[in-house]
Design a protein around this ligand. Sequence first.
Ligand code: AMP
Ligand code: MG
Length: 289
Amino acid sequence: TVYGLGADARHGEAIARLYAAKGRPTFNPLIAHVASADAARALAAFDADAAKLAAAFWPGPLTLVLPKKPDCPVAALALAGLDTIALRVPAHETARAMLKAFGGPVVAPSANRSGHVSPTSAAHVLADLRGRIDLILDDGPCAVGVESTIVACLGEPTLLRPGGLPRGKIERVHGRRLAMPVTGEDDEAPIAPGMLASHYAPKAKLRLDAQGPRDGEALLAFGPTPTYTGTMFNLSPDGNLIEAATNLFSHLRALDASGATSIAVMPVPDEGLGEAINDRLARAAAPKP
Ligand code: AMP
Ligand code: MG
C-alpha cells in the first residue's frame, strides 16, 4: 500500500513515540500487521464472514476490524482503548519477512508527518521524518499506492474505508453487499450503538481541567501526585507526555473498572503529545448519545 511507520504493537511507549514522530494531533486506533492468518487468529475472534474474507484476501490490502481476544497483548494506546482490533497480513514480501523475523504484531500508520500525504517511496519517508525515526527499510516504490480497504466483521460485515482492494471483489466472495456505516456529523457515528464507534467512551462522566477532585470523584492526575484517599491514577507523575500517552487508555479503563461514576481530570499541557491526549479526553468527556 504505502510506506508505514512501524512500532511494536505490544509496547505502549513505542506507540507514544510513533505518534510523537508523526506529530499527529489525535490518537486513532492503529492497524496491527502480522505475518500470517494464524498470528492474526491469536489476537482476535474471527466469525464465519471474517474467516472467509481472510482466506480469500490475505495476504493483501484488506484490513479486518474484529473483537480482540481477552488475552490480546496489543497495547491499549494502539487500540485507542477499544475492544476491537484492526488486523492485516500484508502481501509485500519484505514487509512479511520483517514481520516474521520480528515475531509479533507491528502497528504501522503511514510514514509521514501529520497532514502530509502518504509516502510511496523511501525518499518521501526520509523527506518527512529524517531525524525522527530509527531507520528506513527501502524496498523501492509501492505497488498499490493507496491504503488498505477496511471491513469490520462485528456482526454484519461493514465497509469502513474503501482502499486498495476494490469493494466489488470483496462482495463477490462475501456473496452480498457490504453494509455501510451510518455516518453522523463527524463521520464517526456507529452503525449499531457501541459497535463501530472509533473512539473509546468511558461509562463514567469526565470533568476536565480539574484542579483537584470533588467529593466522590475518582481522579486522573498529571504531574506531582496530589494527596487523595479516593481512587486515583496518575498519567505521569513527572509530567512526561510520552508516559502520559502510554497510560491514557489503560488508566481510563482502570478508572471505569473501579466503578467510578465521575472522574476529575487534571489539566494536561496542550503541546506535543498533549494535543492528542486532550483531543481524546474531550471526546471521552462529550455527552453520550
Ligand atoms: P491508517 O493506518 O492510517 O491507514 O488507518 C487506520 C484506520 O483504521 C483508521 O481510519 C482507524 O480509524 C481505522 N481503525 C483501526 N482500528 C479500528 C477499530 N478497532 N475500529 C474501527 N476503525 C479502526
Ligand atoms: Mg496517513
